[in-house]
Design a protein around this ligand. Sequence first.
Ligand SMILES: *Cc1c(COP(=O)(O)O)cnc(C)c1O
Ligand SMILES: [Zn+2]
Length: 400
Amino acid sequence: MIPSAVCYRCDRKYQDDRVRCDCGEPLWFDADSTGVDFSTRSEAQGLWRYAELLPVSGLEGIATAAGRTPLVRSRRLDRVAGCRVYVKDESENPTGSYKDRGSAVAVSRGLQRGTDVVGTVSYGNMAMSTAAHAASLGCECVVLVPTDIQPGRLELIAQYDPTILQVEGDYGDLYHEVLKLNRDLPVSFLPSDAPGRISGYKTALFEIYESLAPETPDAIALPASSGGFASGLWRGILDLQNAGLLETPPRLYLVQTAASDPITRAFDANRDEVSALSTEAVGETIAHSIGNPDPPSGTRALTAVRQTGGAVCSVTDDDIRDAQRQYAQRSGLCVEPASAAPLAGVARLGARGEIDDDETVVLVPTGTGFKEMGTGSESVQTETVTRSALSSRLESRLSG
Ligand SMILES: *Cc1c(COP(=O)(O)O)cnc(C)c1O
Ligand SMILES: [Zn+2]
């Protein structure tokens, strides 16, 4: 098992499973990947394929079902995106989002280190994922949600039977609050950027490289909020580089919602650090999975972008709705609004001259859209026909 967490910025090491370095930046596990050769790997399933690079002694239950998602060549999206599109379909994880990679590793590690209760601050995919993985391992789980949570979301989380507490007051502040609770109470809150989660997220990068070989991607585009997933992909790139398996890293493109885009603002202003947006600077968005105005791993994500020669950009809700439609109608994928954002973002970056039309770009739809379908908010036009008129109506409707 990997023993210590390390800071990407100042290299300080810690033996306990704290989340943040004394310098203020988040930690991750730095596995020694020298000599790792994926091509001679056994047929191990899911994340366990990368066992020696993970901070756990084994995976059980639903953790063995995380990862190993398909990489799909989606030709009909090329024209929309302005490049050669592959889609890494993270909706095919057990609870429908990439969060399962992180929960598989972080919850397992917690248990293997003697934790009895895990916790999470989320009213969305992170909450579902953490609660499901805890249920599968028989570990108690606490979920902190805001008081104005929608009943449908509560239902999605509650099915796994965690202890749910609705917390009053500023929900955004809870990240730092639960790090304190971790020190004072016998509970392990596993926030978006807990080191174990980052280890889980990096497996998505390994899979992309294995699926695409011998080709390599020029860029990878993903939505970013707290910066945990972006950190994980960067950690994966560094592991591959340390193993001597990767010369030119893919450019990482992060896409945010224009309603809450602190990382884009730092990138555009050429700053090295991401700072929190004020309440007045944050708007409403349909992309609720990427609305964090104070991203705990924002600066690390920005560093990943700079180190790989990528960029950060923002898109509007209208762009996102259109991208969601394009995903469904051109690739057959039902993705949630946050997950559609990179398609719109890549089109925008292409228009700016950042991406050439012959370049290979992996878009990562991070979560399924099925959780939000069926609420009846979209009106659908259909036609009613009698059985006797069916054949003739069909004939006139078929265009081919
Ligand atoms: C959590 C989440 C994100 C944002 O990931 P971060 O690690 O917070 O940057 C994007 N898309 C979906 C579907 C998510 O659930
Ligand atoms: Zn540090």
